[in-house]
Design a protein around this ligand. Structure first.
Ligand code: TXA
Ligand code: MG
Length: 319
């Protein structure tokens, strides 16, 4: 049975945190909110917990998990922290940036998907921070959805997707960003953007100078997660670029920032790019219930738009 417990970080309920820490210490799973999406957490130093995470999500075990920490200093037991890593942590943590660093042996191979590196992040969501500070180990946490489905941005969606497969869901309210963290590999000489996300390429480049964002074969090798179909609702997703010819389906639902030229059965319109990013995954889950194709307007690719474009292409099965 999955238990859902509300948590207000302004009035932290110790009983909820104690229950979560007890479960996690026993190798069980606890879902919790971060500023990006909800995470499915397990003890990041426990290979059995990692195996439970892969099983609960139905996720291929060669797709590594991210470790979540309460502070930059806490990373040092799990990974080698270079000066460049420290600089990035100082600028972007807590926040939606995952750094791929050389792993230390305490991080089980099961967590790393067999790699010698590990993704590390310090989330800013106050509920995540309260939980991480209460745990004597980092939390391995992928997005708390069944593998391949859109990521969950509220507790009810987690409970729906993973009912019976996670022991506790901590309901700390909705996520503010709505798309996952940026994944940046800084193990080599030049930093490589493996997944665009909540911290934009422009922001990274303001600190690092040019950052490579390879697509295709190189990326697939370096970031195992990008190999699999992702963020897909149960219906087809079609991408509409306003300035290109488009074959409108006879009936469809729509998501975007401006009215489409053909009338949809249902639509969700967003005021700006941040709102679009924030509402995208929840919008897919909402509209898929109509059982019609979902047409999504292609967004501008600056800032968070690059991450949104990436998720759209994957939802549509184009990448
Ligand atoms: O915002 C987020 O990052 C959320 C919240 C819960 O923190 N987590 C998340 O985890 O999105 P997940 O497992 O759904 O996505 C992690 C991505 C995958 O594409 C994975 O392949 C990549 O990060 N990744 C993790 N560790 C890696 C490593 N050592 N090397 C390369 N890629 C790695
Ligand atoms: Mg995911």
């Amino acid at each position: 049975m999955t238990q859902v417990l509300p948590f207000d970080p302004n009035k932290p309920n110790r009983a909820v945190l104690n229950r979560a820490v007890k479960l996690l210490s026993d190798g069980r799973l606890v879902a919790f909110p971060t500023e990006t999406v909800y995470g499915l957490g397990g003890n990041g130093w426990d290979s059995e917990a990692a195996k439970r995470i892969y099983a609960a999500k139905g996720r291929p075990s060669d797709n590594p998990l991210i470790l979540h920490f309460p502070s930059p200093e806490a990373v040092e037991l799990s990974a080698d922290v270079s000066d460049r890593a420290k600089k990035l942590m100082a600028r972007f943590w807590p926040g939606p940036l995952t750094l791929v660093l050389p792993a230390k042996p305490i991080v089980p191979l099961a967590v790393r998907g067999g790699l010698d590196t590990v993704g590390c992040r310090m989330p800013s969501h106050p509920t995540a921070r309260a939980l991480l500070s209460a745990c004597p180990f980092p939390l391995a946490a992928p997005s708390a959805n069944v593998s391949g489905r859109p990521s969950p941005t509220d507790a009810a969606t987690v409970a729906q997707d993973l009912n019976g497969r996670v022991d506790l869901v901590i309901d700390g309210g909705p996520c503010s960003v709505g798309l996952e963290s940026t994944v940046l590999d800084i193990t080599g000489d030049a930093p490589v953007l493996l997944r665009p996300g909540g911290v934009s390429l422009e922001e990274l480049e303001s600190v690092l100078g040019p950052v490579a964002f390879p697509r295709g074969a190189l990326e697939l090798r370096r970031s195992p997660g990008t190999r699999y179909r992702h963020y897909a609702p149960a219906v087809a997703v079609l991408l509409w670029k306003a300035d290109e010819p488009f074959d409108w389906p006879s009936q469809f639902c729509f998501m975007g920032q401006s009215e489409p030229p053909v009338r949809p059965a249902r639509q969700i319109l967003f005021d700006d790019l941040a709102a679009f990013a924030h509402g995208y995954f929840a919008g897919l889950r909402d509209l898929e219930r109509e059982n019609l194709p979902i047409v999504v307007q292609w967004p501008d690719g600056s800032g968070i738009g690059r991450a949104l474009q990436d998720r759209l292409k994957r939802s549509a099965g184009l990448e």
